[in-house]
Write a protein that binds this ligand. Structure first.
Ligand code: DX5
Ligand code: ZN
Length: 221
């Protein structure tokens, strides 16, 4: 299995977004962190901005919605052409209905869990999704440290996905670096978001390659 690397434009230069999306063309997708200053304390951008990123991006968009009103807003991201749209389990009481709406528009549907949210109640819903995001930091800000306490949750998710023979990508987000990606890969993650470790590097393409190598090295064991 090849690790999917998805740099987060939360760490890009917001007035040079086209340049910074172009700089990660060797990655598998652009991770787009939408924050509403309500579900999380931070605020980023919305549909208008993401429509423009979609128009100029050389690679698909993996949208991560950290917003409260997902039932109202999530389908719009699928409609603008995002490859994948992930919403938080904590933000809706109707996750399956929303996943079906996203898939009906042609996007992959993702379910995200904050660090404090139990995995078990959501395992039976996984067949309705294409991706499960296990947050390895509290959502809201880039540049936080990887929470290794989430590794058993990743391993439990991997075991459940494999046992049910589901084709669900297992994504981790928060504090992913060449130091931490190996442990996440070993626990069973296959899709990795990295913000500050890619955009904070001298060369983004080199940082993406280094993350791929570090993930693959651990998988080979
Ligand atoms: C955090 C965001 C992440 C963030 C990751 O709320 O969901 O995608 O950009 O940033 P780093 O990789 O710096 O932890
Ligand atoms: Zn994110």
């Amino acid at each position: 299995m090849t690790a999917r690397i998805q740099p987060s434009i939360l760490s890009a230069d917001f007035v040079n977004m086209q340049r910074d999306v172009g700089a990660i063309a060797t990655a598998d997708a652009v991770h787009v962190d939408v924050m509403d200053n309500h579900f999380v304390p931070n605020l980023t951008f919305g549909l208008e901005m993401v429509t423009r990123v979609q128009a100029v991006s050389p690679i698909p968009l993996d949208v991560h919605l950290m917003i409260t009103d997902v039932d109202r807003w999530a389908p719009g991201y699928a409609e603008l052409g995002a490859f994948s749209v992930t919403f938080h389990a904590e933000a809706t009481s109707e996750p399956v209905a929303l996943a079906r709406r996203l898939r009906a528009v042609g996007a992959r549907a993702g379910l995200a869990l904050k660090p404090g949210t139990e995995l078990t109640p959501y395992l039976e819903l996984l067949r309705e999704f294409d991706q499960l995001l296990i947050m390895t930091v509290e959502p809201g800000f880039g540049g936080q440290s990887f929470n290794a306490d989430m590794l058993p949750k990743v391993a439990a998710a991997r075991a459940a996905i494999d046992a049910a023979k589901l084709d669900v990508w297992l994504q981790v987000d928060g504090g992913v670096t060449t130091e931490t990606i190996g442990r996440a890969a070993e626990a069973g993650a296959d899709t990795f978001v990295a913000g500050s470790s890619v955009y904070g590097a001298a060369n983004a393409a080199d940082a993406i390659a280094a993350l791929r190598d570090a993930a693959a090295a651990r998988h080979a064991h």
